[in-house]
Design a protein around this ligand. Structure first.
Ligand code: NAD
Length: 353
């Protein structure tokens, strides 16, 4: 991979290779764009087969964070860090050494917890740097706010598709009844929505049946239930060549990350089938809104108010997609890029003044 060519194409500002001999550490910090604010992105520790795979992950995920923050309308940029290591070789010394790299960036990059990094690891990293979030939960966790964002996203999609604010009597299928899925079911149940739910953990499905009168279906049956909205809240990659032909829904609106197996191919397949897709990183932005609010001093009322942005941004995205005859995914990217360009313009004006 030609690094400069790749970062120019993807628009990254900076890519840092962090290396230490004792303790042994190899990490890559990718800072995609800081026009809106400091780059924020969690740290992933993974036994990548080679350096190139680690770099690709850091570049791809950091760019995704820029778009996610821009669509959420919060003053945060996009970044991501990957530590190249086997989880069994992880040591506190390694994490502290990593923390000191972050500290030296002086707040240009703020990180948190991702794959193979535990809350305890975040605490260890925080011994060397203050630029880390999730050390202390000040908000009770991100799931309630994420679920509210998804609920507002469903409202936006229903309103856009059927010109109604009335959800009563609609049918929604929820895949995954964990922290977000169960909270979402509560919002939907309160609106008089008929729920069809699934989870690989049968106990969770039975609990949602008991609490909200949901109909439980087998995990592989959830795609073919005839509903108005399908809400994926479990895994990524579940919108693919096998599942799209089974779907009998009009809207897809859920919390799971990276729902489309292939962004280009499968977003177009959904358009062809007449399914309105809420881009995952827009509708599930409650998590990043929550982290941002923890960072600036948590105020529940303010944080929940910001989640309203998800509804308004999705409406803008649906309208752009319709007017320009493009996918909602492409429209979301346009919205994010417009907000970033505006921030750059404002910055240049302020420098010139
Ligand atoms: P969770 O781990 O609490 O819940 C996931 C649930 O999905 C579990 O109950 C699990 O048993 C179930 N599941 C796993 N495989 C399944 C399958 N094949 N079929 C049906 N159910 C299955 O996670 P969560 O915090 O509720 O998050 C849900 C999704 O939303 C994840 O993809 C997560 O990355 C994404 N997300 C979460 C947040 C947040 O604030 N928690 C924010 C943004 C995105």
């Amino acid at each position: 991979m030609h690094l400069f060519e790749t970062v120019r194409e993807m628009g990254h500002e900076q890519v840092l290779y962090c290396h230490g001999k004792n303790p042994d550490i190899k990490a890559i910090i990718a800072i995609h764009d800081t026009s809106l604010g400091p780059a924020m992105g969690a740290t992933r520790l993974f036994p990548y087969p080679n350096e190139e795979a680690a770099l690709r992950d850091a570049l791809r995920l950091s760019r995704g964070m820029t778009y996610k923050a821009a669509c959420a309308n919060i003053p945060v940029g996009g970044g991501k860090a990957v530590i190249i290591a086997n989880p069994k070789d992880k040591t506190d010394d390694m994490l502290r050494a990593y923390g000191s790299f972050i500290e030296r960036l002086n707040g240009r990059f703020i990180t948190g917890q991702d794959v193979n990094i535990t809350p305890q690891d975040v605490r260890t990293i925080s011994q060397e740097t203050k630029y880390v979030v999730g050390v202390e939960e000040k908000s009770g966790g991100p799931a309630p706010i994420t679920a509210l964002g998804v609920f507002l996203g469903i409202k936006a999609a229903v309103e856009f598709r059927w010109k109604t604010q009335r959800l009563e009597g609609m049918k929604v299928a929820v895949q995954g009844l964990g922290n977000v899925g169960k909270n979402l079911c509560q919002h939907l149940h309160e609106q008089g929505i008929q729920l069809f739910v699934t989870d690989v953990d049968n106990k969770k499905a039975e609990e949602v049946k008991r609490l909200f009168g949901a109909t439980v279906v087998e995990p592989d049956q959830i795609y073919s239930v005839n509903v108005d909205v399908f809400a994926p809240c479990a895994l990524g990659g579940i919108i693919n060549d096998e599942t799209i032909p089974l779907m009998q829904t009009t809207i897809i609106a859920g919390a799971a990350n990276n729902q489309l197996w292939n962004e280009q191919i499968h977003s177009h397949m959904l358009v062809k089938k007449g399914i309105l897709y809420c881009p995952d990183y827009v509708i599930n932005a409650g998590g990043i809104i929550n982290v941002y609010n923890e960072m600036i001093g948590y105020n529940e009322e303010k944080a929940f108010k910001q989640v309203d942005n998800i509804y308004h941004t999705l409406m803008t995205i649906f309208n752009i997609a319709k007017q320009q005859n493009i996918t909602t995914n492409d429209a979301a990217q346009q919205v994010a890029e417009a907000r970033i360009s505006q921030a750059k313009l404002n910055m240049n004006k302020a420098i010139a003044a």
